[in-house]
Design a protein around this ligand. Sequence first.
Ligand code: ADP
Ligand code: ADP
Ligand code: ZN
Length: 216
Amino acid sequence: MGYIMLGAPGAGKGTQAMALSKEFHIPHISTGDIFRMHIQQQTDLGKKAKEYMDQGLLVPDELVVDLIKDRLAQEDCKEGFILDGFPRTIVQAEALDEVLQELNIPLKTVINVEVPDEKIITRMAGRRVCNHCGGTYHMKYNPPKKEGICDQCQSSLIQRKDDQEETVQKRLQVYHDQTKPLIQYYKDKKILLTVDGTKSVETVTKNMIEALGESA
Ligand code: ADP
Ligand code: ADP
Ligand code: ZN
């Protein structure tokens, strides 16, 4: 079964995808993480993606769709997967429908994590991430056990370059213009589940898993 995490930048998609991945034992696939890995390894794709990411813009659809096609065809996705940060445009959503039809994997639920814009800025300002394992923390709301160190792999935590306020404003605008229409797209397919993302991390996880259980 396939799941999608939908929501504004900083809504908590990655945090909740990680929890769901542990609960359901299916892989967490973050297109943002994959791009950041390519940037670190200085691949051609990484170089191209970086130009857009640094400006808070979306990477062109063709690049993302090719990447996700390859990823979903891998063996570990056969039993299901959680997409985090993909799709982000209607073109990507339509491409995903085609890919999943070919692979014969149904899309079970699209989880829309709802957080108002005014809360996003403080979330992003405090976000710290692990470049090594993709772990995500917040200095105030979700701190690591040891300051500046990843709980899972002991690497140093960093602040993402695109989490500065100016870029976050741009990303929010991009979200409203290009990604928000997906809410209606999946509502029409009757697979949208909206959760209140303003609650604590644990409460959002609990509410989401309960609601998913009811829809099973
Ligand atoms: P966020 O925390 O805002 O959800 P992500 O880590 O998912 O951020 O993505 C970071 C950046 O990577 C985006 O601003 C965008 O430039 C690029 N990106 C990630 N996923 C996609 C996608 N599906 N389509 C286009 N660009 C993407
Ligand atoms: P996204 O993947 O949607 O961009 P993240 O999961 O990276 O979002 O979360 C963005 C920031 O907000 C991180 O610093 C994370 O620790 C924090 N965060 C996530 N969920 C919550 C929550 N329910 N309450 C407060 N802070 C949260
Ligand atoms: Zn780590």
